[in-house]
Design a protein around this ligand. Structure first.
Ligand code: SF4
Ligand code: SF4
Length: 164
């Protein structure tokens, strides 16, 4: 099955790139930003027990879910970026914490036809976002996030320290 494919390694090198999205009614449409956030929270975030990002948020807009992943409530977030600066691992990129985002729906209606998603068509950076057949392959740092998204990123895994 084809999936939207996002390469977080490439994204990190181009934080300023705002890719147009089909959801053009949004006043400040930045397309794949919601995908980048979803992918970063799923793959890169260390899921800290005492998450400084959550503690730093003045709006209680960040929450750890039962499975350990973070969720940002867009309607509460004021884009102060405190969470981005509180995270000791650089998980949250300030440019990727906008006040409002276009929530990606993976262009599911568009994909029934011959067209690729607009972000794939118009992204100025090669390899950042794509729509293609892809296999999950941890050895190549490729992971699925949900049903429609594949992510290339270095996955962080918790390793318990050996106590001697
Ligand atoms: S940017 Fe949003 S989520 Fe982050 S600390 Fe500020 S209000 Fe909270
Ligand atoms: S501080 Fe950073 S690594 Fe820790 S939970 Fe928050 S975003 Fe994830």
């Amino acid at each position: 099955m084809k999936k939207l494919f996002i390469d977080l390694e490439v994204c990190r090198k181009h934080p300023e790139v705002a890719v147009p999205c089909s959801y053009f009614y949004h006043p400040d449409n930045k397309g794949v930003i919601s995908l980048r956030e979803l992918a970063a929270f799923a793959i890169i975030c260390r899921q800290c027990d005492e998450a400084p990002c959550v503690k730093s948020c003045p709006q209680d807009a960040l929450e750890k879910q039962e499975d350990g992943t973070l969720k940002r409530y867009n309607m509460l977030c004021i884009s102060c970026k405190s969470c981005a600066y509180a995270c000791p691992f650089g998980t949250i990129i300030p440019e990727v914490i906008p006040y409002a985002v276009s929530q990606c729906d993976y262009c599911l209606d568009r994909l029934e036809g011959p067209e690729e998603p607009l972000c794939v068509q118009q992204c100025p950076v090669g390899g950042m976002v794509d729509y293609r057949e892809v296999e999950e392959d941890p050895e190549k740092d490729i992971y699925f996030v949900g049903e429609h998204l594949a992510v290339h990123a270095r996955h962080w895994e918790k390793v318990e320290a050996e106590v001697k």
